[in-house]
Unconditional design. Sequence first.
Length: 160
Amino acid sequence: MENNTIFRKKSIERVSSPEQLNDYIRVCSPSIWLVIVAVIILLVGVCIWGVLGHLDTTITTAAIVENKALTIYIPEEDISSVLNKTFTIEGTEYEINASSIPLEPIAVRGEDFSEYVLHISGLKLGEWVYAVQCNTGLADGIYKAQIVLDSTSPMSFIFN
């Protein structure tokens, strides 16, 4: 019991001393405040991205332009999901409509596809692809095309 009274007496003397009041008011050091502010900024950034951002599900494939005619090769298993979607080549969007999709796929053969086209599109010899045609103003060459299948807001993962 006597120890408790001594401890109380010392504590009361410290608190009643005006010079020591600042020590009790100071909660944390400035470096801790810096960490707290950084965490808050990070959380605000994640929340803004969650509302305004989007995650795209894409297919990357090869597009070949010859005489301003664009041919894009779409794998057979993906053809039903790309109907009425857009694809992007060098920042320009083009639309895939039903009239531009051929009725039958073609086989990927070594004499028709260069190794570079196979590399860009991720196709393998023997696979079946649809050669979708459209007109473009691009220069002749081989391009990487991205088809956006689905665009999802990150917040939809939280609310679903």
